[in-house]
Design a protein around this ligand. Sequence first.
Ligand code: 5GP
Length: 143
Amino acid sequence: MSITGNYDTDNIFAKIVRGDMPCVKVYEDEHTLAFMDVFPQSRGHMLVIHKREQARNLLDVSTDGLAQIMNSVQKLARAAEQALKPDGIIITQFNGAPAGQTVFHLHFHIIPKYEGDLKPHASGGMADMDALAATADLIKTEL
Ligand code: 5GP
């Protein structure tokens, strides 16, 4: 899917926002939702999305919506740092399939980086759901 086009209201993350698909939720506020990536690149890999903005990527989103997402990205990155003590934290975001985007609802990845341990983007297997939930619980205690 190219960088331009129409927003598909049936994308996976829209379904998660509607409650039509399950997720391991870490945080929610009036505007945004954060949940665990089910194909994590590292322990604590989270995704942060806007709940109402119908934006496929960074180019589509309103400045207010973007600010609301980034506010949550920082909050969750801080919580992950406190809870998981990674060596670093990577924040990524892809625009258009040629850039690596696979789900076309704007999202930011928060990827804790541990020395010598990081899978490439879109390469990991599905996580154990109990392990994901346990990691989410650790991060929640720091929010
Ligand atoms: P993108 O490639 O668009 O930047 O990132 C999409 C992310 O969504 C990937 O890291 C992928 O592992 C994750 N993902 C794909 N399907 C699902 C799903 O059904 N639930 C969750 N929680 N994450 C998903």
